[in-house]
Design a protein around this ligand. Structure first.
Ligand code: SAH
Ligand code: DHB
Ligand code: MG
Length: 225
């Protein structure tokens, strides 16, 4: 039972999900359909998805933005946490992923609560800003990691004081501490951190996590009042 055993982290995640999570057929079906369609198994874990729902409920979120949909598993968790009249906008560049996600939203009975925007997030985020969309109460950033800094900047532009911005995959098995890393994702996280550190409108922390997805973590950033 070594505490640094990834197999144990997965068993503990399984235990926690069994102990704490309600059974949700739509979420299970979304994962199964994503797997059947050959999408990569990189969605948030169930416990991480529930964390997103908890954040949405804490904020009484009516407007949620997600960058990086994949099959829509995290999107459905975010939508679970929406206030009664709330809405999720989720951005995805891969048409195949978008189709799987849209089918998952429909199957879950959530299609009216979720808008999927197909295209490169940089373009869609610029369009959202031009259109005066927002402000969002919660932003979940989970697309290409090289662009994390730009996504946080765009999220901030679509925010109000109190908005929570969450970024996934910011620890990367600990590789984040390597300033000389040639990994574009590691450098993306480090550029994001450098930007956040000098942005006076944000108060930020980051949490290391272990679990079914191994060793990684989340950045949590709140827009100051
Ligand atoms: N949030 C999902 C997982 C997202 S995986 C979940 O937890 O269930 C990352 C997704 O970001 C992939 O589907 C990928 O196609 C998408 N993506 C990558 N680069 C992108 C970009 N530039 N614009 C929009 N989406 C992008
Ligand atoms: C990858 C992307 C993710 O968002 C994630 O949570 C895990 C892995 C990836 O691209 O490999
Ligand atoms: Mg992720």
């Amino acid at each position: 039972m070594a505490s640094h055993d990834p197999a144990l982290w997965t068993r503990v995640d399984d235990y926690l999900a069994g102990a704490l999570l309600p059974h949700d057929a739509a979420l299970d079906a979304a994962l199964a359909a994503s797997h059947a369609a050959g999408l990569p198994a990189i969605a948030v874990s169930a416990m991480q998805g529930r964390m997103l729902e908890v954040f949405a409920r804490m904020l009484n979120a009516r407007r949620i933005l997600e960058i990086g949909t994949l099959g829509g598993y995290s999107t459905l968790w975010l939508a679970r946490g929406l206030a009664a009249d709330g809405h999720v906008v989720t951005l995805e560049s891969d048409p195949r992923h978008a189709q799987v996600a849209q089918d998952n939203f429909t199957r879950a009975g959530m299609a009216a609560r979720i808008t999927l925007r197909l295209g490169l997030a940089a373009d869609t985020l610029a369009a959202l800003q031009r259109d005066g969309t927002g402000p969002f109460d919660l932003v979940f950033i989970d697309a290409d990691k090289a662009s994390l800094r730009e996504y946080v900047q765009a999220a901030l532009a679509l925010s109000r004081p109190g908005t929570l911005i969450v970024a996934d995959n910011v620890i990367r098995d600990g590789a984040v501490i390597d300033a000389a890393s040639t990994d574009a994702s590691v450098q993306g996280v480090r550029r994001m951190n450098d930007y956040v550190a000098q942005e006076p409108r944000l108060a930020a922390t980051a949490l290391q996590t272990v679990g079914a997805k191994g060793y990684d973590g989340f950045a949590l950033m709140v827009v100051k009042s």
